[in-house]
Design a protein around this ligand. Structure first.
Ligand code: SF4
Length: 163
């Protein structure tokens, strides 16, 4: 007999708000589009592999921005790539989120001063919800970033407040 079987062997009711229920569902199934651009992409891929197991948080990789809730920018954003990132972001359905994973996409990283071809932060073209620091950050840091994003979603309201 499993843990939940013991806990809910009698009939139970759960009282919550629709908003909390929706937020719980959304934060528990964040489909991701990983956008690996350089060295840090290896750490992002490791996060999805069996040892770190991103899937256990409901983070499932999708091949299309049109099916994705969150885009993870992982690597050096060149000026040429910046327009592609913006286009992919615009193709994602609302509500959508961005994790900037590492120093290059946060602020230009080692290229911040002399990298004439590098964007000094992906937030210059798309809004970033969570910044993960490091060069490169370990998979644990990306997991921490995801938990921060989940926390943010948990406190969001989808109800349009009267002006
Ligand atoms: S932050 Fe460091 S490890 Fe990551 S892409 Fe930039 S140079 Fe590579």
């Amino acid at each position: 007999m499993g843990l939940l079987d013991q806990q809910f062997k009698d009939e139970n009711i759960v009282i919550t708000s629709v908003e909390d229920l929706l937020n719980w569902a959304r934060l528990s199934s964040l489909w991701q589009m990983g956008f690996g651009l350089a060295c840090c992409a290896i750490e992002m891929m490791a996060t999805s592999a069996s040892h770190y197991d991103f899937d256990r948080f409901g983070v499932i990789p999708r091949p299309s921005p049109r099916q994705s809730d969150v885009i993870i920018i992982s690597g050096t954003v060149t000026l040429k790539m910046a327009t592609r990132i913006k286009r992919l972001y615009e193709q994602m359905p609302d509500p959508k989120y961005v994790i900037s994973m590492e120093s290059c996409s946060n602020c230009g990283g080692p290229y911040w001063e002399h990298g004439y071809h590098v964007l000094k932060g992906v937030d210059r073209v798309i809004p970033v919800d969570v910044y993960v620091p490091g060069c490169p950050p370990r998979p644990e840091a990306l997991l921490e970033g995801l938990l921060k994003l989940q926390e943010k979603i948990r406190n969001e309201s989808l109800v349009k407040k009267p002006a």
